[in-house]
Design a protein around this ligand. Structure first.
Ligand SMILES: Nc1nc2c(c(=O)[nH]1)N[C@H]1C(S)=C(S)[C@@H](COP(=O)(O)O)O[C@H]1N2
Ligand SMILES: [Mo]
Length: 348
C-alpha cells in the first residue's frame, strides 16, 4: 500500500462512520428507493443451459461444452465495427475504445472458473477456461476514477447490468476478455468483450459489455432487482463426477473423482464419506491450474461387497473452513449443499 492509498482508506473509513448511520436513519423515513422495497413476489428463476460432458470432466472446459446463461441471448444488433466500449461517470478521463483499439492493447491471460449462482447441487453450470484480454485495473488507472467513487456498473448490449465494488474491479486478475481458450470470444459467451473477475458468480460477469460507469451510488443489478444476492460471492462448491448417480460399476476397487471450487479463496482440502456421513476421509488433490480455478480430487475406494453404496463430498476453502450442508436452494445467494450420490457394485 502506498501512503496515498493508506490515507485514502483512512479518510473513507472515518467518513463512512459518519455517513452510514445517517443514511440508515434516512432509510427509516424512506427517502428514495432502497433495495429492500422490491416485492418478494418478483422472484424469477435463472435457468442456465448446462449438460454434463459425455466423457470425463476435463481441467479446461471447451467453448462448445461451456454452460450458457443470459436473459435474452446475444444481442442481434451488435456490430463489431460500430461497437464501442465506453468508460463513463466519475472519471478524469472518459474513454471510448473500438474493438481494434482494444485488441492492440497489451493482453493478460488468466485461467478462471465461472459458475452460475443458479447452479444446483451437483450441477454443471460451471466451467473453467483460459481467458485473454485487457487488465481491468490498467484501464481504470487510465480513466482515473474520482477519489470518492466506490462502484463499477457494467452494462451489456442486451440490457443486462450489474455492479461490483471498485476495489474488486482493481483485483490484479480481473480482466475484460476478448479471447476464450485461444479463440475469439464466442457470441454466446459475450463477443466482443466480457468481464471476468475472480471470486464472484457469473451473475457479475457481464457479457457484451458496452459501458463501464464509475459511480458513487449503490446500483441495483438486473437479478438483484429480482431478489438475488447483492454481493455474488462464490460459495464452496464440491461435486462427485465419477461414478455417476445411480450407475453400476464393476471391480473390487474404484477411484472416485470430482471437482471443488471456492472462487478466489482456494480449496484447502476435500473430504469424502463412504459410510453415510459418519466419517470423512481426505481426498487427494491435483494442483489447480490457477488460484482462481477449480480443483480436481480423487479417492480410491474398496468395494468389499456387491450392492448399493452412498457417497458424499465436501470441501474447505482457505478461509471459512469446511462446507456446510446449509442452503440447498441456489436462490438467492447460491447453494452450498453437499453433493451425494449412490451407485451399485456388480460382481466381477
Ligand atoms: N450481458 C449479459 N451478461 C451476463 C448475463 C446476461 O444475461 N447478460 N448473465 C450472467 C449470468 S447469470 C451468468 S451465470 C454468466 C454466464 O456466462 P456464460 O454464458 O458465458 O457461461 O453471464 C452473466 N453475464
Ligand atoms: Mo447465472
Amino acid at each position: 500500500m502506498t501512503r496515498y492509498q493508506f490515507l485514502r482508506v483512512l479518510l473513507l473509513s472515518v467518513l463512512s462512520l459518519v455517513f452510514y448511520p445517517l443514511r440508515a436513519l434516512a432509510g427509516r423515513f424512506s427517502f428514495g428507493e432502497s433495495p429492500e422495497s422490491y416485492s418478494l413476489t418478483s422472484v424469477s428463476s435463472m435457468q442456465p443451459k448446462a449438460t454434463a460432458p459425455t466423457g470425463a470432466v476435463t481441467p479446461i472446459t471447451s467453448n462448445s461444452e461451456f454452460y450458457v446463461e443470459d436473459i435474452h441471448g446475444p444481442p442481434k444488433s451488435l456490430n463489431a465495427e460500430t461497437w464501442r466500449l465506453k468508460i463513463t461517470g466519475k472519471v478524469d478521463r472518459p474513454l471510448t475504445l473500438s474493438l481494434d483499439q482494444l485488441r492492440k492493447r497489451p493482453t493478460v491471460r488468466r485461467i478462471i472458473t465461472l459458475s452460475c449462482i443458479g447452479n444446483p447441487v451437483g450441477g454443471h453450470a460451471l466451467g473453467n477456461a483460459e481467458w485473454e484480454g485487457i487488465s481491468l485495473r490498467d484501464l481504470l488507472d487510465e480513466a482515473d476514477p474520482d477519489f470518492f467513487t466506490k462502484t463499477l456498473i457494467f452494462k451489456g448490449a442486451d440490457g443486462y447490468h450489474d455492479s461490483i465494488p471498485l476495489s474488486r474491479g482493481r483485483h490484479p486478475a480481473a480482466l475484460l476478455a476478448h479471447t476464450m481458450n485461444g479463440k475469439p470470444l464466442p457470441r454466446a459467451h459475450g463477443f466482443p468483450l466480457r468481464l471476468l473477475v475472480p471470486g464472484l458468480y457469473g451473475i457479475k460477469q457481464i457479457k457484451w459489455i458496452n459501458e463501464i460507469e464509475v459511480s458513487n451510488e449503490t446500483h441495483v443489478g438486473y437479478w438483484e432487482k429480482r431478489n438475488w444476492s447483492r454481493d455474488g460471492k462464490v460459495k464452496i462448491i464440491s461435486r462427485i463426477d465419477f461414478p455417476k448417480n445411480d450407475s453400476r460399476v464393476r471391480g473390487s476397487k474404484i477411484i472416485l473423482r470430482g471437482i471443488a471450487f471456492a472462487g478466489d479463496r482456494g480449496i484447502q482440502y476435500v473430504q469424502v464419506s463412504t459410510d453415510g456421513e459418519r466419517s470423512w476421509s481426505l481426498a487427494q488433490l491435483e494442483k489447480p491450474l490457477s488460484p482462481y480455478s477449480w480443483v480436481f480430487w480423487s479417492f480410491p475406494m474398496e468395494l468389499p461387497r456387491q450392492g448399493r453404496y452412498s457417497i458424499a463430498v465436501r470441501a474447505a476453502d482457505q478461509y471459512s473452513g469446511i462446507q456446510r450442508d446449509g442452503q440447498r436452494d441456489p436462490f438467492p445467494s447460491g447453494t452450498s449443499g453437499i453433493h451425494r450420490i449412490q451407485f451399485n457394485a456388480l460382481p466381477g
